[in-house]
Ligand binder design. Structure first.
Ligand code: GSH
Length: 211
């Protein structure tokens, strides 16, 4: 009954690794290799996930799951727990679902489109300009999230209670636009990410991913 997480330390697989650790689910970690630099790594992973992205999680049943938000909801279902995903009757449920999907549908794709701009724009100069616009959009999205989180009053993303959205901040505040940007423009998000990452249940997985 072991989950196999295809992963790279510090990449999006950390979103799932933190949850597996939180729930105490037995899992093995399989390092994919750099999916941008290694055609062999992409080729290997694409046999499980044609997108060749991580997180890719093989469930104990053998079913392959991708998409961090889907995995987040599934792990809550399977454990029967509501400590990371507010249950259907919870006051925070609607906000949780809204912002979970907002992050994966709006913010996460900024990485897809900017990590390797040449995939989308062939001309190198045009690719540079395109990358700058995606990065601008990316910062705008985080500002929108920061304003909403501030309005909700804290201390966590959805308000009084902890949730998987705090784990998303623990991971994603380590990524672009970078810690300095978050400190200057979205200090509330950085503070939540830090507090979430400091939870003792997550210490080992955080250290493995972010040092
Ligand atoms: N929608 C996916 C996005 C996953 C994703 O973009 N993962 C990145 C790593 S952080 C990746 O594998 N990138 C390699 C690529 O896109 O080729 C999710 O939420 O799990």
């Amino acid at each position: 009954m072991v989950y196999s997480l295809h992963q790279m330390p510090g990449w999006g697989s950390a979103l799932v690794e933190l949850q597996l650790a939180w729930y105490g689910l037995p899992h093995e970690l399989i390092e994919t290799g750099d999916l941008f630099d290694s055609a062999a790594a992409r080729d290997r992973l694409s046999r499980l996930n044609p997108r060749a992205q991580i997180p890719t999680l093989v469930l104990p049943s053998g079913e392959v799951m991708t998409e961090s938000a889907a995995i987040t909801l599934h792990l809550a279902d399977i454990t029967g727990r509501d400590d990371l995903v507010p249950g259907p009757g919870a006051a925070e449920r609607a906000a949780f679902l809204r912002w979970l999907i907002f992050i994966v549908a709006n913010i996460y794709p900024c990485f897809t489109f900017a990590d390797d701009p040449a995939r989308f724009v062939a001309d190198p100069d045009a690719a540079k300009a395109y990358r700058a616009r995606v990065d601008d959009h990316h910062r705008t999205l985080w500002r929108e999230v920061a304003a909403i989180v501030e309005m909700r009053g804290g201390p966590w993303f959805v308000g009084q209670r902890f949730s998987a959205l705090d784990l998303y901040l623990a991971v994603m505040t380590n990524w672009r636009p970078g810690k300095d940007w978050f400190a200057a423009e979205a200090p509330g998000l950085l503070a939540i990410g830090r507090a979430a990452g400091n939870r003792p249940e997550l210490a080992a997985a955080m250290k493995r991913n972010f040092g």
